[in-house]
Design a protein around this ligand. Structure first.
Ligand SMILES: [Fe+2]
Length: 312
């Protein structure tokens, strides 16, 4: 039941084996696996050719191929699904051009009339964080009076940390996060400073650390973004002016989620963070890893972040 095929020009070979459910040991691709795999590799080849013609440098494309066989006779492939993960940072028009190119995949032309084919595209979003500045109405000795309004906000909450608190608190060794599906947060530090960690597996840069202070304005936390915040020893006070949609349900929106609950979340956390901080009167975005971050990230804040993480 083992077979070996050799490519005449390169001398490369590949092997097949019968699947477990069909008298084999599944020690290699089943012959029908190769049919499904041909569709995936053809998609990658076609997109590679198109990117080369356009002069684009394409990162790694990852395609998960799933094949389902018929349950009754005759035994044959019933359906194939391709879950295509495109490289991060792709612009939408590039994605459209590459998707269009795959319509000319010759393997697809051969298979589509006899096999159900499902194609799912996953492209990571290029996302930049937004900060909404406050506008000072009037400042008199020992008094600050400012406009902190957020357009379309329909709810407000205040979270006060008395000392070096964590929101949401850890669950034993578990680092916990909030995530909202029907609420966009706008967090403004009124007093003290607060370090936010944002994780979003759908973003091309999935890990952000924000050293938020009152001067930076309200930090927007988009829907489906996992977030937690930590204060220094002096504590902090944060006003959240949220925008909730009609499906908002407070029973579901404030349930802390463990970092360990999803592999995607753990991968997002392991990515080098993008730091956001207040520097020379502006919100600065600093990519970690380079010399720039060493120079721009205040040591005290970095230490605070490292300390906060070591609490987990
Ligand atoms: Fe939140």
């Amino acid at each position: 039941m083992h077979a070996e095929a050799q490519h005449e020009l390169s001398g490369e070979s590949l092997r097949t084996d019968a699947p477990l459910e069909h008298e084999g040991k599944s020690q290699n691709f089943a012959p029908t696996d190769l049919v499904a795999t041909a569709l995936g590799t053809c998609f990658i080849t076609i997109m590679g050719i198109k990117a080369k013609q356009q002069g684009w440098k394409l990162g790694e494309i990852n395609i998960e191929v799933n094949k389902i066989m018929t349950k009754s006779k005759p035994r044959k492939i019933e359906s194939i699904s391709l879950h295509i993960k495109m490289p991060p940072g792709l612009r939408s028009h590039q994605l459209r051009v590459l998707q269009k190119a795959t319509e000319d995949c010759p393997v697809l032309h051969n298979l589509k009339d006899s096999i159900k084919i499902k194609i799912i595209w996953v492209s990571k979003k290029k996302e930049s964080l937004k900060f909404f500045p406050t506008h000072v109405f009037r400042e008199t000795p020992k008094v600050t009076f400012f406009d902190a309004g957020i357009d379309k906000s329909n709810s407000s909450d205040v979270v006060i940390h008395h000392g070096d608190a964590v929101s949401p608190p850890n669950n034993g060794d578990d680092e916990m996060y909030y995530v909202h599906h029907h609420q966009i947060d706008h967090n403004l530090v009124l007093e003290g400073s607060r370090t936010f960690t944002l994780l979003n597996p759908e973003w091309d840069e999935p890990h952000h650390v924000i050293f938020l202070n009152p001067s930076m304005g309200s930090l927007q936390i988009p829907i489906n973004t996992y977030h937690r915040s930590i204060s220094g020893t002096k504590g902090s006070m944060v006003l959240n002016q949220a925008i909730r949609d009609e499906e908002f349900d407070k029973q579901k929106e404030f349930k802390p989620i463990s970092l360990r609950s999803s592999i995607d979340l753990k991968i997002a956390k392991s990515a080098d963070p993008v730091y956001w901080l207040w520097d020379e009167g502006k919100v600065k975005r600093v990519k970690s890893g380079g010399k720039h971050v060493q120079r721009k990230c205040p040591n005290k804040l970095k230490k605070n972040y490292i300390h906060s993480n070591s609490l987990n």
